[in-house]
Design a protein around this ligand. Structure first.
Ligand SMILES: [Zn+2]
Length: 293
């Protein structure tokens, strides 16, 4: 499932081709993905120019010249790709989708530099969805989202306000989208490992009596930023040319420190711990019982 860094990598790949492009024609191959396409979706896009290609949490946001914003969430298996672009070299981070029967949306575009292009949305499991709105407050997906983890709005002091007195375990507290937007299961495990914090620790323990963040909470905020930035860099370094390198905006697997590494040695220097897996709120958490406390 794509998390924030994968979505950001997709955004960076699409941006040079979409920003400034005019949408000529939109063809829906079906009426719905996870939810129905918005009423009048194709008509609202056709004729508009994409002014910017943004992201909020795990949502891609294409800002249109009409003042509306087209939102795309990739769900579990959603991918964007350009048709007819050849693969120059195989990429270890991208798995191209060849199964055309899962092509659900075709967007024909004209870009001032790149010319005519066909952008295709493919989604085998159809957990992805699209939305269209004028103001962000109109979109149920964006309302109530906490700060972007890579923006200045995300910091330990903000987290301390949220965590004060909370008995919920760190894992659950960090997955709360009001605390930090777009952080998912994989990168929560990674950030907690980096900050040496045990995932079951009650969140309130990282807040001082005064309500100020503890040093450990500062480390955690820093850990969140670092794991996300490194993952984005890893994705971005493979993305020299979105169309030619891959032709597809699939997902990549990083070398995670703890995620999916049950039974392997902990990568913290000097630590003799072995990575364990526990289940919290029905989802796997990976951590080192020795250096995370
Ligand atoms: Zn360890």
């Amino acid at each position: 499932m794509p998390e924030l860094p994968e979505v950001e990598t997709v955004r960076r790949g699409l941006e040079p081709y979409l920003t400034g492009a005019r949408i000529d024609r939109v063809t829906l191959k079906r009426k719905d993905l996870r939810t129905p396409f918005p009423e009048g979706f194709a008509e609202a896009l056709e004729g508009a120019t994409i002014e910017s290609t943004g992201r909020r949490a795990k949502y891609l946001l294409f800002r249109l010249s009409t003042g509306r914003t087209w939102l795309s969430h990739l769900g579990m298996t959603g991918t964007w790709r350009f048709e007819d672009f050849k693969f120059k070299e195989p990429s270890r981070y991208y798995e191209p989708t060849e199964d055309r029967k899962h092509d659900h949306l075709v967007v024909e575009l004209t870009h001032p530099t790149h010319g005519a292009m066909k952008l295709i949305y493919n989604d085998a499991r159809r957990f992805g969805f699209m939305d269209l709105f004028t103001e962000e407050s109109e979109s149920p997906y964006l309302a109530g989202l906490g700060p972007e983890p890579l923006s200045n709005a995300f910091n330990a002091a903000e987290m301390a306000e949220r965590f004060r007195g909370k008995k919920a375990p760190m894992k659950a507290a960090l997955l709360d989208q009001r605390v930090v937007a777009g952080l998912g299961n994989i990168y929560v495990s990674e950030a907690l490992w980096r900050a040496h914090i045990r995932p079951e620790l009650p969140a309130g323990k990282l807040v001082l009596k005064s309500g100020a963040p503890s040093k450990r909470l500062e480390d955690l905020a820093d850990g969140v930023r670092k794991v996300l930035n490194e993952a984005i860099e890893a994705g971005g370094s493979t993305l020299k040319d979105f169309r030619n390198a891959a032709g597809d905006s699939g997902y990549f697997q990083h070398n995670f420190a703890v995620y999916d590494r049950e039974g392997e040695p902990c990568p913290t220097p000097g630590c003799k711990g072995v990575i364990q897996r526990i289940v919290q709120s029905g989802r796997s958490t990976f951590f080192c019982p020795v250096c995370q406390h």
